[in-house]
Design a protein around this ligand. Structure first.
Ligand code: NAD
Length: 477
């Protein structure tokens, strides 16, 4: 039997990891089963008139758990979309939302399409029609089911979906809250586009605040100078690589894309590579690095941190034993299969699990949803008031120094920085940072203290399943 045949499907992989965790818990078998199963998956097939004919598309929206509503989860546009995949991703959303304490159940959607094969006008018609099919079944609704971007979708698609919902629900004052990840002028929030990558950065910063945890990954010191390999320079991978290299001094020694990989021991310029991909459709031909056609092989190269940020299942039974990175940060959903997880754990690789590492997206989506429901930008009421209170304090310090001849002077830049009240972007980043730190600490406590738990993923599952179970119990189940 080949490894491919021994490998479980994505949904089975998620279930296997879930089972490992619940074996350490004291849940009734009934409740355990209730949490594990996916509540419903809708398949929609619809036709769109394109290029002189009718093309039929297949899409899905899966609802894993409704212990809290609305349920939340992105919409993916990819040829790899299937019922198994959306169900696995919906389950991960349930656990992710519970781990970072966003008050949502888990859901996910997908359309089986290669978005690069259509022009903008065609994609808009397809997206609107898909949205129509979901909206009329309340599978997009501000109080029941709120999608967001995922692979192959972004602000543009979310704006079309929001507009489609508003057209079909003309009197719904909360219409904008039907989807998150919208452009800022269409009801979005500052910092949402970068949120998942920013969350990966905050996750790593928090990890490196704990020298004992860093030592478990056979690393030492800070993020500064660490060699990082990133797979996928899309929304998540690009922002994570950009922030970690520009703000934390990490070195991006390889970028793996669809058409191959770029490597450079001195570190790649992430902006430059991104611009090259935008202009040339791939990494091949990029002048300032070494190109390797077999991108997947570069996952196995030596580095300090490996960040898969593209697809699921890329670290599997075939290559797990050869992965050299001592620390793997799952920026993508499900990049490590259950079998590979076992191999890596035995090797002592530390894995920062997807449900935590990429939770920045749903966290800021939560802020956007709250902003839409409250119909006011964060910070709008407090900013000037905060500034005037700070000014009062500075004026008083300066007066004291003058009156008593103390000769105090504030250091350059301090006054300006201290006086500036927080705007929406600062508040979003602060909320995200706080969320990532709190979630890490909840996982870490279980990782260190709970008998039988030797990895962060099991710890993450234990925290989140415990919260979902508590919520079901509170409902009387
Ligand atoms: P994206 O479509 O913006 O980017 C995906 C990138 O991966 C693209 O650059 C693509 O060219 C590249 N890619 C595709 N196949 C590849 C391959 N075989 N090898 C190497 N690179 C390949 O998608 P995204 O939004 O960045 O999502 C990436 C992952 O992160 C997915 O698993 C998604 O579920 C997860 N995620 C995304 C968000 C979000 O807010 N966008 C939130 C949480 C999790």
């Amino acid at each position: 039997m080949t490894n491919q045949h021994r490998e479980p499907s994505f949904r089975e992989s998620v279930d296997l990891m879930f089972n490992r965790a619940v074996a350490l818990m004291d849940l009734s078998p009934g409740l355990e089963e209730k949490i594990r199963v996916c509540n419903a998956t809708y398949t929609v097939r619809f036709g769109v008139r394109l290029r002189g004919g009718i093309q039929t598309f297949t899409g899905y929206r899966s609802v894993h758990s409704e212990h809290m509503e609305p349920v939340k989860g992105g919409i993916r546009f990819s040829l790899g979309v299937s019922q198994d995949e959306v169900e696995a991703l919906a389950a991960l959303m349930t656990y992710k939302c519970a781990l970072v304490e966003t008050p949502f159940g888990g859901s996910k959607g997908g359309l089986c399409i290669d978005p690069r094969a259509y022009d903008e006008d065609e994609l808009e018609r397809i997206t609107r029609r898909f949205a129509y099919e979901l909206i009329k079944r309340d599978l997009i609704n501000p109080s029941q089911n709120v999608p967001a971007p995922d692979m192959g979708t972004g602000e543009r698609e979310m704006a079309w979906i929001a507009d489609q919902y508003a057209r079909m629900n003309t009197t719904d004052i909360n219409a904008r809250a039907c989807v998150t990840g919208k452009p800022i002028n269409g009801g979005g929030i500052q910092g949402r586009v970068e949120a998942t990558g920013r969350g990966v950065q905050y996750a790593l910063r928090e990890f490196f605040r704990h020298p004992g945890d860093v030592a478990r990954a056979k690393l030492s010191g800070k993020l500064d100078g660490k060699r990082i390999i990133v797979q996928g320079l899309g929304n998540v991978g690009y922002h994570a690589a950009k922030f970690l290299s520009e703000e934390d001094g990490a070195r991006i020694v390889a970028i793996i894309e669809r058409d191959g990989a770029l490597t450079s021991n001195t570190g790649l310029d992430v902006e430059d590579v991104r611009a090259w991909i935008a202009g040339h459709g791939g990494v091949q031909g990029y002048p300032n690095a070494t190109y390797t056609e077999n991108g997947a092989a570069v996952l196995e190269a030596e580095c300090d941190i490996l960040i898969p940020a593209a697809l699921e299942g890329v670290i599997n039974l075939d290559n797990a034993a050869r992965i050299q990175a001592p620390l793997v940060v799952e920026a993508a959903n499900g990049p490590v299969t259950a079998g590979a997880d076992e191999i890596l754990r035995q090797k002592g690789t530390v894995i920062v699990p997807d449900m935590f590492a990429n939770a920045g997206g749903v966290t800021v989506s939560y802020f956007e949803w709250v902003k839409n429901l409250s119909h006011i930008r964060f910070g709008r009421m407090q900013r000037r008031q905060e500034e005037s209170r700070h000014e009062l304090l500075i004026d008083e310090l300066e007066r004291l120094s003058r009156d008593r001849d103390l000769g105090w002077t504030l250091s350059p830049g301090f006054k300006e920085k201290y006086l500036r009240g927080a705007g929406e972007l600062e508040l979003v980043r602060s909320g995200l940072d706080d969320t990532m730190r709190a979630a890490y600490q909840a996982m870490q406590e279980v990782w260190h203290e709970r008998e039988g738990v030797d990895d962060l993923r099991t710890a993450a599952y234990l925290v989140s399943i415990g919260r979902v179970a508590a919520s079901y119990r509170a409902k009387g189940l």
